[in-house]
Write a protein that binds this ligand. Structure first.
Ligand code: ADP
Length: 424
């Protein structure tokens, strides 16, 4: 029947979140990490409905982000996908240069699409869009902890303003009033906006019902852009078209074997999860300033992890710090340097610990996860059981797999790390 949905995600945990949504809605999905080699086309399992390719382009230079996205699109087209999805974060993580707008522009051109939806909303996770303004629960995006994000501080909640700083194309709003009357009203509003020459159509969505209408609206759109919320509606479209069976066999696994937690996210949620862990067990705090001095600090971290494994003590290594501390470090080392240094350190720790027999990695942070997976040279993973909404277990495709919980900074309950380690 061929692959129905081909997705390009701007980071790893976002991609995993999307995979979980598609899997739990009956699409057999694999996630590929980084641009797949063309020869992988022959090895693609035949029984899959969706492929999600995760890139690490959220903060890449615009040209690089566009080039990689187009290369992935090319792969997905050769794989015969019917519909394409450009996945970004539900908090619209990006800089004023890009990359959400420029990648959407490039994908539209490559696919010959005149207009596409922009829909980061995910009401179930508290992300709603009202009159084009993005809220996280009851707070405008710009007033949340996202304003202190180490790489993509979000200081603006108006999606149209954000998008207009990233693209020259006409950006318009599909307001929630047009969703109230259901699919027909939404379709009419969409057609009117298209007639006006609108190219990027930011959709309001306050409730899951709004998202449902938007999902249906996108049934025949070649290109859909958004967070994973809008993707929830897509499997039903394929099912209605008779392209997806009502029940797909999905055997869902959980992580197994010796596990460690590596936390590089500085989000408020991750800081809370670290706090909960530390209230019961010790942990090792990585200090980026010490890391920049010499290799000793990394060695200390690795030997700490090895000792934990030997003594069967739960292991957490974290660089996460509050905004004030992150600000100080960035002042000293530079924002990008500090991020890259910490990511590289986690990658080295993971590599060493995998060689030391660790089978289960619980990683907090999208960029952090990306760095670890690429250090381990993992190119494709399958999706297992959910640990928390948006965070499934994933495993490498080989016979003796490594298991990962790749957690976007903002996801999971305070006990997440304990739960993933099986010691809650
Ligand atoms: P999230 O999912 O919360 O966005 P990410 O891992 O994507 O988390 O991003 C966090 C970024 O912050 C990474 O680049 C990481 O290396 C960097 N970082 C982590 N700890 C610190 C720190 N103490 N100081 C400065 N930057 C840090």
């Amino acid at each position: 029947m061929g692959i129905l949905l081909g997705c390009i995600a701007d980071d790893f945990t976002g991609a995993t979140d999307l995979c979980e949504i598609l899997t739990s809605n009956g699409m057999r999905t694999i996630q590929m990490l980084g641009l797949p080699e063309e020869k992988f086309l022959q090895d693609l399992p035949t029984n899959i409905d969706a492929v999600v390719v995760s890139l690490k382009i959220r903060t890449a230079p615009v040209n690089e982000a566009v080039k990689s996205s187009l290369a992935v699109l090319d792969f997905l087209r050769k794989a015969g996908c019917r519909q394409y999805f450009w996945k970004y974060c539900s908090t619209f993580d990006s800089t004023s240069q890009g990359n959400i707008g420029p990648v959407a522009d490039a994908l539209q051109d490559a696919l010959g699409v005149r207009a596409s939806i922009v829909c980061p909303a995910f009401p179930e996770n508290g992300r709603t869009v009202y009159q084009g303004h993005l809220f996280v629960y009851n707070t405008l995006l710009q007033n949340t902890h996202m304003r202190y994000h180490p790489l993509t501080p979000m200081l603006e909640s108006d999606l149209l303003k954000l998008l207009r700083s990233q693209t020259q194309r006409l950006c318009c709003l599909l307001p929630f009033q047009d969703l109230n009357s259901g699919l027909d009203g939404a379709k009419k509003a969409w057609t009117d906006l298209e007639k006006k020459g609108c190219v990027h159509i930011v959709a309001d969505a306050i409730t899951s019902q709004d998202l449902h209408v938007l999902g249906e609206l996108c049934a025949n759109h070649k290109l859909v852009t958004g967070g994973s919320g809008i993707a929830r509606g897509l499997p039903a479209n394929f099912r209605k078209q008779g392209l997806l069976p009502a029940n797909n066999e999905n055997s869902l696994f959980e992580g197994e074997g010796v596990g460690i937690v590596l936390a590089g996210s500085c989000s408020a949620i991750t800081l809370g999860q670290i706090h909960t862990f530390l209230s019961r067990y010790p942990g090792f705090m990585l200090d980026p300033q010490k890391l920049s001095d010499d290799g000793e600090h990394l060695k200390e971290a690795v030997s700490y992890a090895k000792k934990c494994i030997e003594n069967e003590v739960p292991c957490l290594i974290y660089s996460s710090a509050d905004p004030e501390r992150v600000g100080e470090i960035q002042k000293e080392l530079g924002r990008e340097n500090a991020g890259a240094l910490v990511e590289k350190t986690f990658a080295s720790i993971a590599l060493e610990m995998a060689q030391h027999g660790v089978r289960r990695f619980i990683i907090a942070g999208g960029e952090t996860s990306g760095a670890v997976m690429s250090a381990l040279n993992i190119r494709a993973i399958k999706i297992g059981k959910s640990i928390a909404p948006g965070v499934p277990w994933v495993a490498t495709l080989c016979d003796d797999p490594l298991f990962f919980a790749l957690k976007s900074g903002n996801f999971g309950s305070p006990e997440f790390f304990l739960k993933a380690l099986g010691i809650q």
